[in-house]
Design a protein around this ligand. Sequence first.
Ligand SMILES: C[S@@+](CC[C@H](N)C(=O)[O-])C[C@H]1O[C@@H](n2cnc3c(N)ncnc32)[C@H](O)[C@@H]1O
Length: 282
Amino acid sequence: MDRDVKKAIEGNEREKGMEAMSACYQGFDPAAYLQYNYTPPRADFDRPDSIVPWKLECLHRAFTEGDVGGKVLVDVGSGPTIYQVLSGCEVFDTLFLTDFLEVNRQELRRWLWGEGGGSLDWTPYLQHVCKLEGRCPSAWSEKAARLRSVVSDVLPIDVHRSDPLHPGSKLPGAGADCLVSSFCLESVSPNLDFFNRALGHIGGLLRPGGHLLLIGALGESYYMAGPGVRIPVLSLDEAQVCASLKGSGYTLVRLEVYSLPQDMKVGVDDVTGVFFVKARKP
Ligand SMILES: C[S@@+](CC[C@H](N)C(=O)[O-])C[C@H]1O[C@@H](n2cnc3c(N)ncnc32)[C@H](O)[C@@H]1O
């Protein structure tokens, strides 16, 4: 087959894959998603084996080891959540939150700048991260103020585009000094090829020498994003995550894995574990 025709067919298939994924996301319900994943037992701060405290601990460690720094932090596919930047906001003075869906960007803006907060009370999260930082939990309001002061914008993003941010949303300087992304790439990719491409696309936002902190689901084939809203997920294992990072040119600093205790399986997905990666772009 002619090379150009083959490329056109492949391009067409990719467009279809992106459209199908985008259609799945139209029913995403931020309040329900937060309720499913960010309340006990998954966010039980009295249990170190709960998912959220584990993620917050990984992020805290990654941001306080001394090797991650610079000016600009970008969170890719923030969704309606802020937990993933509670440690990073102390290290970076400029932070961009991003998401594909306006409903999620709106939820973030409500917490950041709106009146009446948002759909979830983030206070226990702020208190917990203050404790990890050796501060008094009552410092949580200072942390909230710090986060609000460093967020420069909440931007639209599409990781399936080679230039994932809108052309009008150029990052300052040579790009981000650090990227965080949690449960985004595998939840928006119909197959490993899409995942690898998306990883490459977001890498374009990161300056050489910058760090990627990637959190994601292991062994997950779907999650619920609202009543009756079932989103397919690319089921990954640790070896695939490592191979994808290597394929995108990253140097792996650390991979940590969390296995879900039986009582964290609450019927909103079929995830079996979570990975946390710290990697560096050479
Ligand atoms: C499973 S949620 C993760 C949200 C949050 N980061 C977390 O840790 O819970 C996946 C997110 O990816 C976003 N998303 C969907 N399609 C996307 C795309 N093409 N590019 C970037 N983000 C996308 C969704 O809107 C959703 O917020």
